[in-house]
Write a protein that binds this ligand. Structure first.
Ligand code: BTN
Length: 348
């Protein structure tokens, strides 16, 4: 189900909705009651409008008490991802309490003509997907969103927006978790050598230009994760982490990165690749490049060649300005570039 509110208070006026303003007032009072009349006067709406919005907030799960003197928001957990939780970005948010995949919703919104910057998020996904046809387990407490972009890019450069998103994820998650987050080519974020987030890109084009692109991110925040190769913010910090603040931090980082590397939608490839490489995991290490269909299959150098589709072995030299992984083969083939769709790398 999609839960959205009409943006703005008046037609064509962009600004926080009445719901966002009421929530802000309630939060400012940290559990103390505020009267309906005060809220109505402060925000500039009728008391009925205040009442209706309080009803809607309660219906959406906010613990609003109605003591005699008005309304009070109980302190404690209310980590919601509703559009009105995202300040100036409210009008760009599309929220689903549950959906198949936010990638499908993003595609539909793109086809309906929604602008770049639209954020589609869901509490739960019943058909979350990852790279190479894998399933993305979307359990309660995780953060699942797709970001619709309309970049001024050739199809061949489709990897660049995902690189930006990945850098934003690494910076935001590193700060939140108090640890260095690294990027594993092509689209994963790792902390302590365990995956904390992944990015999936889907797009449509016309001629050689991208018409829209959706960057989908799955972030392990409070969702349970299997021990071993995967981690979450909650596991690292030993406490629950606000998904709302996590998503805001990611979008803030992305906004800053866009100003630097994609002003007016035109990408500055070299600088972007340099920034990406500054966060790359395993630079200079030995890697095998394999067909991504065999990505899950771990192997060592001892295994016989040909058992999997090994495309190359060599030294990992980071990514280039088109998002391709560079591998120095040490042979007459020199340094080979591999596109994200056609290869995965395994550290040996
Ligand atoms: C990967 O690591 O393979 C990429 C995972 C991407 C998962 C996210 S969750 C939000 C969006 N919706 C999906 O169905 N997939 C992406």
């Amino acid at each position: 189900m999609m839960v959205n509110q009409k943006p703005g208070r008046q037609k064509n006026v962009r600004g926080p909705s009445v719901r966002a303003l009421i929530l802000g007032e309630l939060r400012r009072r940290e559990g103390s009651p505020v009267s309906g009349t005060f809220l109505a006067n402060t925000i500039g709406v009728s008391r009925v409008a205040v009442w209706k919005n309080i009803q809607a907030l309660t219906g959406a799960g906010y613990p609003v008490r109605t003591p005699e003197k008005g309304y009070a928001l109980e302190t404690g957990e209310n980590d919601f991802l509703y559009p009105w939780e995202f300040g100036g970005r409210e009008n760009l948010f599309r929220y689903f309490s549950g959906t198949g995949s936010t990638m499908d919703r993003a595609r539909e919104f793109a086809e309906q003509g929604l602008p770049g910057g639209t954020v589609v998020c869901a509490e739960k996904q019943s058909a979350g997907r990852g790279r190479n046809g894998r399933t993305w387990a979307s359990r309660q407490g995780g953060l699942f969103f797709s970001l619709l972009e309309r970049p001024n890019l050739a199809l061949a450069d489709y990897a660049l927006p995902a690189m930006l998103l990945q850098i934003a994820l690494a910076k935001a998650l590193g700060r939140i978790c108090g640890k260095k987050a690294l990027l594993r080519w092509p689209n994963d974020v790792y902390i302590d050598q365990r995956k904390i987030a992944g990015v999936l890109t889907e797009l449509a084009g016309e001629g050689d230009k991208i018409t829209w692109l959706a960057g989908g991110a799955g972030v392990n925040v409070n969702n349970p994760v299997p021990s071993g190769r995967i981690t979450s913010c909650a596991e690292i910090l030993g406490r629950k982490v606000s998904r709302r603040e996590t998503l805001t931090a990611i979008l803030d980082e992305l906004e800053d990165l866009k100003k630097e590397y994609a002003p007016a939608g035109a990408y500055e490839n070299r600088g972007l690749a340099k920034e990406w490489n500054s966060l790359a995991e395993g630079l200079g290490g030995r890697v095998a490049v394999i067909d991504p269909r065999h990505e899950d299959y771990r192997f060592t150098d001892e295994k016989p060649e040909g058992e999997e589709r090994i495309l190359a072995r060599g030294t990992y030299a980071g990514t280039d300005g088109a998002g391709r992984c560079l591998v120095k083969t040490g042979t007459e083939k020199g340094t080979l570039p591999f596109s994200p769709g056609a290869a995965s790398i395994i550290f040996l």
